[in-house]
Design a binder for this molecule. Structure first.
Ligand code: ADP
Ligand code: MG
Length: 303
């Protein structure tokens, strides 16, 4: 076990930002912490990293309880906070040396700084002032400071928010690269992020865990009430004719001769649609089942 969150609650005044939250992230996993704005992701991450105390419950990182003042816990954790606060007047290399020194790593730091600068692609920028860097490069510096003391656990809060599409892909690749030898919990409100990077997803909403599943299994959480298919016939059909198909639900014409058809129940209605076409002397030009995506699961669980 790498991160163990046990019955954590957190109040801001009367508002419950986290309500009895428990989950585990195992060694080596990359887990997405997914939820809409205000769900409690940043609060949870601040508690895991020891920046905020929980109202109740506790967090263990590699078996050590967070928030007890034990310096060994902080050494286990690399943290990229939301909005990535940095010192704009410092130089990249200088800043990373400064962070390394906080962890008491002056002796080993030159080699480690070289390694991290290389890993995060900061070589060309290492002697520039942080304030002069693009947002994408500043995010790399944020990742570099989280990695500099070689922590076993990485906590990344909205690491790609505010970046352009190319930068997003670069930072995701960096996270995947860094995550090969680490345990990673990354928060995001973007479903594709989870699809792209994570093995497991924890969905949180209003401070409550709504789902905690392997990415491949999360789709089955939504017992999709309906099947949706898109069918294209070669000729015009009347809506009234289609409604004669067994178990048919909503039907919508989406293009010329192309229909979106929902089933009433959960059964696959493709055979019935096919038989209908045969009986009406129609040719089926295409017939596809629509996959539900993570976005739908997310909306289903958090609405
Ligand atoms: P997320 O990171 O998922 O967007 P947060 O953890 O930042 O969510 O916030 C969870 C809830 O707690 C929100 O409703 C937010 O307004 C509230 N909140 C966060 N920080 C504070 C604070 N320092 N004081 C009062 N309320 C806060
Ligand atoms: Mg947040």
């Amino acid at each position: 076990m790498s991160i163990l969150v046990e019955s954590v609650s957190k109040l801001y005044g009367k508002q419950k930002a986290l309500d009895n939250v428990s989950f585990e992230v195992k060694t080596g996993e990359i887990v997405g912490f997914l939820g809409p704005n205000g769900a409690g992701k940043s609060t949870m991450m601040k508690i895991i990293t020891g920046f905020l105390p929980p109202a109740s419950g506790r967090v263990l990182v590699n078996g050590l309880e967070v928030g007890t003042g034990n310096p060994d816990v902080k050494r286990q954790i690399g943290y990229l906070p939301e909005n990535n606060p940095l010192y704009p007047e410092m130089y990249v290399r200088e800043y990373l040396g400064f962070v390394a020194s906080i962890y008491g790593r002056e002796k080993k730091s030159k080699k480690q700084i070289d390694r991290i600068i290389e890993l995060t692609g900061l070589s060309p920028e290492q002697n520039k002032q942080i304030g002069s860097l693009s947002k994408g490069y500043r995010q790399r510096v944020g990742l570099a400071q989280a990695l500099i003391h070689n922590p076993a656990v990485l906590i990344l809060d909205e690491a790609t928010t505010g970046l352009d599409p190319n930068q997003i892909i670069e930072i995701r690749n960096l996270i995947k690269e860094a995550g090969r030898e680490k345990t990673v919990l990354l928060s995001t409100h973007i479903m594709q992020e989870v699809e792209a990077i994570c093995e497991r997803v924890i969905i949180i909403d209003h401070g409550v865990i709504m789902a905690n599943e392997e990415k491949s299994k999360i789709y089955s959480l939504v017992n999709q009430p309906k099947q949706i298919i898109i069918v294209e016939f070669d000729k015009h059909v009347e809506l009234s004719e289609l409604s004669g198909i067994e178990n048919i639900g909503n039907v919508k014409l989406i293009r010329n001769n192309t229909w979106q058809i929902e089933s009433e129940g959960q059964e696959d209605i493709r055979p019935a649609v096919f038989n209908f076409a045969v009986s009406k002397n129609l040719t089926v030009l295409s017939l596809q089942k629509q996959q539900s995506n993570l976005e739908e699961v997310f909306r289903h669980l958090t609405s």
